[in-house]
Design a binder for this molecule. Structure first.
Ligand code: HAM
Length: 425
């Protein structure tokens, strides 16, 4: 029989790797907690309309990358390609806008799905950690969100990062800018790729994001969004920058940063790794989305900002920066036994010590002592004990420290305390 492989663009996370994931996820949860963000868990699939309306009909995500299917009742369902739309839907549906604390500060960790070309750092199923701050607006919030993203990488020891920020202004400023872009590109749009041609009237800002035509001379001479921003948008942006300076976030302003989703207004940002060996440099992206709550049927004036990063790219960044995570691979104790009755005793003792909170393994197959000691080594046991009939009779075992090979005699009923004390030293 032929074997069946994982679907293209997906991956198994095997035990060695999953320890890293657990470490990263726990750290992300702890940082979120310190910044006072609470977890939200929304479904992995949503109505297709949520993304069409929320992410935007003309985006690559909605046009090309969604896993969409009809369920058995002919409803159009989509595996979520990102977390913001679902979070905002839930915010509206569950009336989180009526909560006493505003803005609501939320985070999520979970799988997202995009039918994209497979590449190192680009998967069809990937896990995003994201935050959303919904309800109120303040430049201090924008700076907090950017600083949170920035400091996540810093806290893992990834210092080679660059934050790019831009302001996308409000919808009417963007409209004027889009019109200027159409005027700029229209006469020579024939020189651009198919995607750019189809974006010209639907979403001209996305032309600036095109990888194929990035070096075309019209890209350099294109009008700058900043020149279309009114006083209010500029002063909001400057306030955000002031707070970023105050928080020690190193950033640069990138006038061509437009982001690939339609809901953004005002502050937009990306965090990039500054390492020539990494192909996909963008680790994290986000921005403000002041119209999204209303667009998804929620109350007026509810503003939001957030970002998302994928754990896959965070792990690749750690690898490319040669940063090892402090992963604990050892166990506390291996119980070696001699003979059948000692073997049975070892099963019960192992179980009791596990339930008491220690990480303990025993042998299942009545192997010779030497083989059991070898297994203890493979498990990287910090301590071992050898149990035979005499030990059971006397209620005492010899505990061997596998690091320095010292031994001590310990009462079996004091074993847990002894090992805990030693581990705590
Ligand atoms: P995004 O830029 O589409 O934004 O994705 C954010 C991050 O998700 C990227 O920077 C990248 O780390 C990761 N990512 C995206 N696609 C893939 C993929 N195929 N494989 C691996 N990693 C990937 C959003 O999703 C917005 N919802 C972010 C946001 C939250 N904006 C406001 N709030």
């Amino acid at each position: 029989m032929s074997i069946i492989n994982v679907p293209r663009g997906t991956q198994d996370i095997l035990p060695k790797e999953s320890k890293k994931w657990q470490y990263v996820e726990e750290k992300l949860r702890n940082i979120s907690n310190n910044f006072c963000y609470d977890e939200i868990r929304t479904p992995i699939f949503e109505s297709t309309e949520l993304f069409a309306r929320g992410v935007g009909d003309t985006t690559d995500i909605v046009q090309k990358e969604m896993y969409t299917f009809l369920d058995k009742s002919d409803r159009s369902i989509t595996l979520r390609p990102e977390g913001t739309a679902g979070t905002v839907r839930s915010y509206i549906e569950n009336k989180l806008f009526a909560e006493v604390i505003k803005p609501q500060k939320l985070f999520y960790i979970g799988p997202m799905f995009r039918y994209e070309r497979k590449q190192k750092g680009r998967y069809r199923q990937f896990v995003q950690y994201g935050v959303e701050v919904i309800g109120e607006e303040s430049p201090k919030i924008d700076a907090e969100v950017i600083s949170l993203g920035y400091n996540i990488y810093k806290s893992f020891g990834i210092n080679n990062i660059k934050v790019s920020v831009n302001s996308l202004g409000n919808p009417s400023e963007r409209k004027a800018y889009n019109e200027a872009l159409v005027k700029h590109f229209e006469p020579r749009i024939g020189e651009f790729c198919k995607d750019c041609n189809s974006r010209l009237y639907k979403n001209p800002m996305r032309i600036l994001d095109c990888k194929v035509d990035a070096n075309h001379e019209l890209m350099q001479s294109a009008p700058r969004l900043l020149d279309f921003l009114g006083e209010e948008s500029i002063s909001y942006f400057n306030e955000v920058l002031k707070h970023l300076d105050n928080l020690g976030v190193k950033y640069e302003i990138d006038h061509n940063l437009v982001r690939g989703l339609d809901y953004y207004t005002h502050t937009a940002f990306e965090i990039m790794i500054d390492n020539p060996n990494v192909e996909l440099k963008t680790l994290c992206g986000g921005g403000r989305y002041n119209g999204l709550v209303e667009m998804l049927g929620g109350p007026e004036g509810e503003k939001g900002i957030g970002f998302a990063l994928s754990i896959e790219r965070l792990l690749l960044a750690l690898e490319s920066e040669n940063i090892e995570l402090p992963i604990e691979e050892s166990i506390d104790l291996f119980v070696v036994s001699m003979g059948q009755s000692a073997g049975d005793f070892a099963v019960k003792l192992t179980n009791d010590l596990r339930l008491a909170g220690l990480k303990v393994q025993n042998d299942y197959f009545d192997k010779k002592i030497k083989a059991q000691m070898k297994l203890a080594d493979r498990y990287k046991a910090k301590y071992t004990i050898i149990i035979g009939d005499t030990e059971i009779e006397e209620g005492k075992v010899t505990v061997k420290n596998m690091e320095n090979f010292t031994q001590e005699s310990v009462q079996i009923n004091e074993l847990k305390k002894y090992i805990e004390d030693k581990l705590g030293e």
